[in-house]
Design a protein around this ligand. Structure first.
Ligand code: CUA
Length: 177
């Protein structure tokens, strides 16, 4: 192998082979299909979107969460308070480096107003295995009306890269009778 220049001066101006053209066309059309499906699914795909968000300061959000934790903590799990708030109430979840705090314990078939906000920077709320996803920003709270209809332990993972401890940012939500 040598580092000599190409023999043709305009080396890049070649006819595109037919098979390559076909594949470029297929990929381009498929990209268009996926683009329009994204818009279609937004309306028709039964997405779990939060359509509510409000400005809130991290200090204010911390105070509300702390008040709920102080009032309704029922036990501890590996250093995290497990909070069992009354059905129908406002419940709070903090995202911060690198935890989801506290552990919420909700009752099956009851509704709650779930508020989620970040205290430092952007995190991704991903509730598994039901796959509900939200972006969580500091300065804003996302508010969802949730009615859990299946018992179990749900995992919360952070799916937005947030630094060196991102992969350890795991939380939990419990649904009980
Ligand atoms: Cu928080 Cu990644």
């Amino acid at each position: 192998m040598s580092l000599s220049p190409p023999t043709e001066r305009i080396w890049w101006k070649e006819k595109i082979p037919t098979t390559e053209l076909i594949w470029i066309t297929i990929a381009f059309l498929w990209g268009l299909v996926m683009f329009f499906m994204m818009i279609y699914w937004h309306g028709a795909g039964e997405q779990n979107l939060s359509n509510e968000a409000y400005r809130i300061s991290p200090a204010n959000f911390t105070a509300k969460t702390q008040a709920m934790v102080d009032q309704y903590t029922v036990r501890e799990e590996s250093g995290y308070p497990v909070v069992h708030p009354p059905p129908g109430s406002d419940v709070y979840l903090i995202a911060r480096l690198w935890q989801w705090w506290p552990i919420l314990e909700l009752e099956k078939d009851e509704s709650y107003r779930l508020h989620i906000s970040a205290l430092d920077w952007q995190h991704g709320f991903s509730l598994q295995p039901v796959n509900i996803n939200l972006q969580i920003h500091p300065g804003y709270e996302m508010v969802l009306t949730v009615t859990p209809d299946q018992l179990g332990d749900y995992g919360i993972v952070c799916n937005e890269f947030c630094g060196i401890g991102h992969h350890t940012m795991l939380g939990k939500m419990l649904v009980v009778e």
